[in-house]
Design a protein around this ligand. Structure first.
Ligand code: FMN
Length: 450
């Protein structure tokens, strides 16, 4: 069995409550940090751990923390990004629902490290049950003296607030989130300045994902070096993966980074294989924004190495034959799924969610949606496929925030790897909507296509 750091006590009845969480060793990291470590020591442990941001970009957390400006007399903020709206990603919601104190404890440790006395958890607006769960957990922690004034007699004060999000995917982008938290429309800001210098209310701010913040608890309990022993290369520690699509066991799994993708898909400990005994066709490994890979390329790199669940291995081959670990939203497609339909579906989402500030994203996502709709519904021309590639290239890299890239990559990668399926739709018209193409994109279980 793989080691677990975040979900160790997931099966313990009542672990949602302060009492049971505490009985299981909860809040030891707060005690250790506040009683025996300076804020800089905590930052140092997080640096040593090699923890990389679990929100999608994989930026080293300790390094991000060390960029935080510390001007005299100006407050600093820690903001937890719990907006989690990326299609296919539901790991943060799982953690907040079942072990809310893991996040609260991480918020206290991290806020202490950053010298923040007021911190926020910005939760996706639709997640009302989780908002209530977190509010209850905060009240419990406060009653027990772990929040508020002079925590554990250390002289450190922290107020922690839960803020319901604005109900838009873009509010997960860190600067749009800060705008929304300030009560404005969630439009991304132009960077620089980065939040570390000018964030919430123009004050130095760190924005971190739920899982990144929760991971600071085992890092402080066991030490950064211990954490760094798990994983491979620059992918250290464990990672929550939300697995969905055509698999036997959809759910949230905590893996040790470095696990072979093949094992993740087929082993009973994780996804348990493809549902209905069908063949694997494709995987979107890190939430809807990352490039889709066909079965052969998700199981092995072009060099023939086993593809591993790490930042580096998934990216091997660049955008030609690789993808990204992203937010850990792992979506599996069986042989009967239509890549054109899925690409259209994702693109509808990005068009709907574009904030509209940048023309390439506002216009381009709508254009791609219309062309994909046309192809999917059997009215497309071959030139439409090239048009899609062209529009996606014009969006990529030309927007204030990465939502544009997130919209462009699924389209570009679907055409790169499944062009024959798009062409099939063009040549077969509406008949192509019967999903079984007879095209060779499948992999038999445990026998990857070369
Ligand atoms: C459109 C868009 C949506 C995003 N949504 C989320 C989100 O829901 N949760 C999240 O943690 N990061 C999200 N991000 C990434 C954040 O901007 C930011 O990189 C992240 O919160 C940093 O935390 P980390 O360093 O701990 O990963 C999103 C980015 C973009 C461009």
């Amino acid at each position: 069995m793989a080691r677990k750091l975040l979900l160790t006590h997931i099966d313990v009845p009542g672990i949602q409550t302060f009492e049971v969480y505490r009985q299981k060793g909860g809040y030891r990291a707060v005690e250790k940090a506040l009683k025996t470590l300076t804020p800089d020591d905590v930052v140092e442990e997080v640096k040593k751990s090699g923890l990389r941001g679990r929100g999608g970009a994989g930026f080293p957390t300790g390094m991000k923390w060390s960029f935080l400006a510390k001007p005299e007399g100006v407050p600093r903020y820690l903001v937890c990004n719990a907006d989690e709206s990326e299609p296919g990603t539901f790991k943060d919601r799982f953690l907040m629902t079942h072990i809310p104190h893991a996040l609260i404890e991480g918020m206290i440790v991290s806020s202490y490290a950053l010298g923040a006395n007021t911190s926020y958890i910005y939760v996706r607006g639709e997640m009302m049950p989780q908002i209530r769960i977190l509010e209850r957990a905060i009240a419990e922690a406060k009653n027990a003296g772990f929040l508020g004034k002079n925590i554990l007699g250390s002289g450190y004060d922290l107020e922690l607030y839960v803020q319901p999000g604005g109900g838009a995917y873009i509010c997960g982008e860190e600067t749009a989130l800060l705008e929304s938290l300030e009560g404005k429309r969630g439009n991304p800001r132009i960077k620089p300045p980065f939040p570390a210098v000018s964030g919430l209310y123009n004050c130095p701010t760190v924005v971190n994902n739920v899982e990144s913040i929760a991971a600071t608890v085992p890092i402080i309990n066991d030490g950064g070096e211990e954490y760094a022993k798990i994983g491979i290369e620059r992918s250290t520690g464990t990672k929550l993966i939300s697995a969905g699509g055509n698999i036997n066991k959809p759910g949230v799994y905590e893996i040790e980074l470095g696990l072979p993708v093949e094992e993740f898909i087929y082993s009973d400990e994780y996804c348990g294989g493809i549902a209905g005994g069908k063949r694997l066709k494709a995987v979107v490994a890190g939430g809807s924004s990352v490039p889709i890979l066909p079965a052969n390329l998700i199981l092995k790199t072009l060099k023939g190495d086993s593809r591993l669940m790490t930042y580096e291995s998934l990216a091997d081959g660049g955008f030609q034959s690789g993808t990204m670990l992203g937010s850990g939203g792992f979506i599996v497609f069986d042989e009967d799924q239509c890549i054109v339909r899925n690409t259209w579906n994702f693109t509808r989402f990005y068009h709907h969610e574009s904030c509209g500030q940048c023309s390439p994203c506002r216009e381009g996502t709508g254009w791609m949606e219309k062309v994909l709709h046309k192809i999917e519904h059997g009215h497309g021309a071959f030139s439409d496929i090239d048009l899609l590639v062209d529009v996606s290239k014009k969006i990529e890299g030309n927007t204030i925030c990465p939502l544009g890239d997130a919209a462009a990559w699924p389209v570009a990668s679907a055409i790169r790897h499944f062009r024959d399926e798009f062409e099939w739709h063009v040549t077969h018209g509406q008949e192509a909507q019967t999903r079984n193409y007879g095209l060779a994109h499948y992999a038999d279980p445990l026998e990857p296509v070369a």
